[in-house]
Design a protein. Sequence first.
Length: 124
Amino acid sequence: MVCEYDKIAEAVVYGVEIPNTNGRAGMAAITLADGAELNDTDLTEMVTVFKKCLPAYAVPVFLRIQAKVETTGTFKYQKNKLKEDAFNPSKTSERLLALLPGESSYCDITTEIFDNIQAYKYRF
């Protein structure tokens, strides 16, 4: 369903832990369609599309933009490293996005935003 957005070619969805919360938050590692780039309008439109085709609890809180999705020899998605890195910008050079509480658009995860999430300044 995440691939419903026309600029997304492939998506791997998994859960990541957020400190001081129960359960896991949805995160999707996505690859973009050939030649596609995400602009500010896309970051808002994605939320609208996801909310139309997914239940509220299934809308990814975090996105990771990848050039290529890693697979095993049997073409299964490799999620362990993705789960381990989660949404920490210091663990990857790939673009990370967050849908912060009360917002209608994804934003880039900076070190400051990551630290604020860790310090429970955003309530998910």
